[in-house]
Ligand binder design. Sequence first.
Ligand SMILES: Cc1cc2nc3c(=O)[nH]c(=O)nc-3n(C[C@H](O)[C@H](O)[C@H](O)COP(=O)(O)O)c2cc1C
Length: 185
Amino acid sequence: MIQIISGTDRPESRSFEISKISQNLFKIHGSESNIINLCGLGLNELNGQQYGGALNESSSVGNAVQLVNQASGLLFVVPEYNGSFPGALKYFIDHWSYPDSFESRPVAFIGLGGQWGGLRSVEHLQGVFGYRNSYIFPERVFLTNIWEKLKDGLISDALCNELLEKQAENFIKFIRALRSESLSC
Ligand SMILES: Cc1cc2nc3c(=O)[nH]c(=O)nc-3n(C[C@H](O)[C@H](O)[C@H](O)COP(=O)(O)O)c2cc1C
């Protein structure tokens, strides 16, 4: 199962709306997916003693890390906050376990923001996953001036819709190709 990670805990986030669009595109192309929404996940209940995957699996964050550890691939939908990805997302990732959560895991990225469409947030996040030996899918999508393009859960820009669809279709193939050679986890 592909896990889509909506990369902020901000209520009513656009990242979550984009996550739902990608979930639908995965479905159209024959893959089931699930959205891990950082909003309401219970990150604020952690007390600093469970870094590196030392979480109770019955907690909501522990359960989310389990989903990550079992994922065939991860799609991050990541907004730009102050020139990078949100701190809440880093806090979540720092509760994952190494190598289980990261190593050989296919990962894809959608950025959203202003003029640069989350380029910096995606590139910073790619640095984390490159360092942790994940398989980075090269087709990234950047959604610029997202507040103009996203209305009522739909993206008005035809090129963006085309890129999102191609990404979903090809990420499924990327996961399959790695699997067929026993390269991914
Ligand atoms: C705390 C904060 C910081 C932001 N910083 C940037 C930024 O540095 N660059 C940018 O292009 N957009 C920035 N934005 C705009 C967001 O990328 C944009 O509002 C996006 O929709 C946020 O994603 P979200 O709706 O999922 O929270 C910022 C927004 C917030 C809330």
